[in-house]
Design a protein around this ligand. Structure first.
Ligand code: IMP
Ligand code: MG
Length: 177
């Protein structure tokens, strides 16, 4: 970036909180009597995952997976691999993937395919944000927080080149191209 990027507020912590309460309500209804594995996609989902789980009222297990899809730039390179794998066997289990953002869909399509081959009892996707304008492969998001415009977003766990993850609100990164 040649000039300093500008952060424009897109979703406040209060909006995020309200939406997570709504998502938790949907999950509490659908997973009652079940014992799923919540699988967070590192690193972007860590804050969302923690806030969401605090509002869930059924027993669950937690695991994380780390994929490489982006380099240090803003574009998905489309070559995805598992960098840090699953520790929990998922065969016959209800698996809920928790993701920060579905953009082109390449990352999550890869992960859902990878998990499906391990024969879980069910496989669902919960995503905090969706950027449908850039989709390259179809993705079904079972539990969606927000649809966001075609802008690069940061904050609330989501980074640009490892920066801005700590911010409690979500911002669009503008300028500095
Ligand atoms: P996809 O493969 O293009 O769908 O990209 C998915 C991953 O890229 C997400 O899980 C994010 O980690 C990252 N990503 C996509 N869009 C953004 C963004 O606007 N800000 C930060 N990270 C993003
Ligand atoms: Mg991610």
């Amino acid at each position: 970036m040649s000039s300093q990027p500008k952060l424009c507020i897109l979703l406040t912590r209060h909006e995020i909180e309200g939406t997570i309460t709504r998502l938790a309500g949907e999950l509490n209804r659908d997973y009652q009597g079940k014992h799923p594995i919540l699988l967070g996609v590192l690193k972007g989902s860590f804050m969302f995952m923690a806030d969401l789980i605090r509002r869930l009222d059924f027993p669950l297990e937690v695991d994380f997976i780390r994929l490489s899809s982006y380099g240090s730039g803003k574009e998905s390179v489309g070559r995805i691999k598992v960098v840090q794998g699953l520790r929990t066997p998922v065969r016959g289990r209800d698996v809920l993937v928790v993701e920060d953002i579905v953009d082109t869909g390449l990352t999550i399509a890869f992960l859902l395919g990878y998990l499906r081959r391990k024969s879980p009892a069910s496989l669902k996707l919960c995503a905090l944000t969706d950027k449908p304008s850039r989709r390259q492969v179809p993705v079904t998001i079972d539990y969606l927080g927000f649809t966001v415009p075609d802008k690069f977003i940061v904050g609330y766990g989501i980074d640009w080149d490892e920066k801005f993850r700590y911010l409690p609100d979500i911002y669009a990164l503008e300028g500095g191209e």
